[in-house]
Write a protein that binds this ligand. Sequence first.
Ligand code: HEC
Length: 204
Amino acid sequence: MKLSRILLLLLIIILAVDLALTPTPAIGSTEDPRVAQSRELIAAFGSELKYELQKAMGSGGPAAAVKVCRDRSPQIASKLSRKSGASVGRTSLRFRNPGNAPEPWQAEQLRAFDQLAETTPAEQPLEAVQAIDGELRYMRAIRTEPLCLVCHGSAVSPDVARSLRADYPHDRATGYAQGQVRGAFRVVWPAKGSSEDSSAGSSE
Ligand code: HEC
């Protein structure tokens, strides 16, 4: 009991020092509880999406799975956002869906991930935490696996290419190799006390 209080206090001190010292993106340096919550949200997002993707590929093949990814990724993202109060999504420097285009700070972090990925084994998570004026920003790199190359690789089959062209005429998300950073999950927590997004659609 006492020990856990001391640990909590230490954590708070570390957190305070961390926040004061790291105004720029820091890799996993903040132990704000929202960091752990972000990791959970991302884990849920990633596994639900992968499950849907594999199911769709098994039943209708990859060209049909493109539609499932198109429909399900934004749905899962908004479900998790509603549930948590954070804004959950995916982004990429070479995005497929223009709705996933990175904001400037996200683009900067994605470029940092690209560099880090060159020297970091693919199994090792690459994440970044940024705290600005009470807002907490979390990003976690998504590395390309063999499964992903079916729709993001450099030898995409003609029927997948056709399916992609129909929905994403300006697609920039092919030509990846295994292990490269395809993009990142992002979770943005509004500053505590900023009431805008707790009004659950009562305005507008
Ligand atoms: C069946 C085809 C397909 C497969 C396989 C696939 N994706 Fe995608 N991916 C898509 C589509 C379609 C989108 C656009 C979704 C949208 O409209 O939000 C997308 C979007 C993304 C995005 C969001 C950024 C962007 O480009 O818009 C990321 C990140 C991503 N995919 C990563 C992966 C990873 C990692 C894998 C492997 C685990 C993977 N994808 C496998 C079709 C696929």
